[in-house]
Design a protein around this ligand. Structure first.
Ligand code: PAF
Length: 289
């Protein structure tokens, strides 16, 4: 049972379906924003994007065990349901769906969605389990909510492309909409995991977007990708405790690019470690013509 919350909420699939069926019977369209909670202004912006494109907006909060490996932060991931519900109410969310883990993954659960293509490399190198967990839970949530549109943040760019691929490959009647990345005043991408950063770590974290922006500008201005990447990696190695990846990939497919000058839209993507916190960010780059 959920506690009393500031926004209409349910943890029950039958109630969710009844509500969605009622809206559909009135001819209303459904927008969906899946989240793991610990909401911040970045999530609110995704909800606003959904509100602009659908008549009713459902937000899910579910910390998905299937996308965490042993030793990752599943237990300590911030859980702030009451504060989240206040943000959802202020954003005008029509329904919060917060299913209990045992109803998502009951005893005997044995299936998984496997996506290749855009899921290859990058996040998968450090977190091989990750996209299978994400694709599986998102497909389950899509089947439960049955939205017309679903909004995913560009902050998790590889995740956005993986979900787009899955929706296309599996013929799901859902339009995936990209939500822009919201940033703190120093450019740090907003993320629930920023809450883990100590004050000195927070200052370092603010350098990631600057390194990515300079890299995107350099390759946009025609500097060979290999040279610009080498320079950016040297700086990042100096600032951060570890670099999981810092790469330039094709913007649409996430295929690896050659080391020469850009000849089409690209994406610079990175995951770095600051103390115990893992930060990810990305930016678009295009040749200046
Ligand atoms: O981006 C997230 O918060 C999660 O990966 C998602 C899409 C809610 C699936 O658990």
């Amino acid at each position: 049972m959920l506690p009393a919350l500031a926004v209409p909420a349910t943890d029950d699939l039958t109630s969710l379906r009844r509500q969605v069926d009622g809206w559909r019977a009135q001819g209303l369209t459904i927008g969906f924003v899946p989240t793991m909670g610990a909401l911040h202004a970045g999530h609110v912006s995704l909800i606003e994007t959904a509100m602009a494109q659908a008549d009713r907006v459902i937000v899910s909060i579910f910390v998905n065990p299937m996308q965490f490996a042993a030793g990752e932060d599943l237990e300590t991931y911030p859980r702030t349901l009451e504060a989240d519900s206040l943000m959802l109410a202020a954003a005008g969310c029509h329904l919060l769906y917060a299913p209990p883990p045992e109803t998502m993954y009951p005893q005997g659960f044995s299936s998984a969605v496997q996506v290749e293509g855009p899921a290859t490399g990058l996040e998968t190198e450090a977190r091989p389990h990750f996209f299978e967990g994400v694709a599986t839970v998102v497909l389950k949530l899509f089947n439960r909510v049955r939205p017309d549109i679903a909004v995913f943040g560009e902050k998790d760019y590889q995740q956005l492309l993986v979900i787009r691929r899955m929706v296309e490959d599996l013929d799901l009647p859902i339009r995936v909409v990209a939500g822009e990345t919201l940033r703190e005043p120093d450019g740090l991408a907003m993320s629930s995991r920023n809450a883990y950063l100590s004050a000195p770590e927070r200052i370092k974290a603010g350098r990631l977007n600057v390194i990515l922006r300079d890299l995107a500008h350099a390759i946009g201005d025609g500097e060979p990708v290999a040279d610009a990447l080498h320079h950016a990696t040297e700086i990042a190695a100096h600032v951060f405790d570890d670099i999981d990846y810092l790469e330039v990939r094709d913007a649409e497919t996430l295929y690896e690019l050659g080391g020469g000058p850009l000849d089409g839209p690209a994406r610079v993507l990175a995951a770095v470690r600051v103390g115990k916190t893992r930060l990810i960010d990305n930016m678009g780059a295009a040749p200046d013509r």
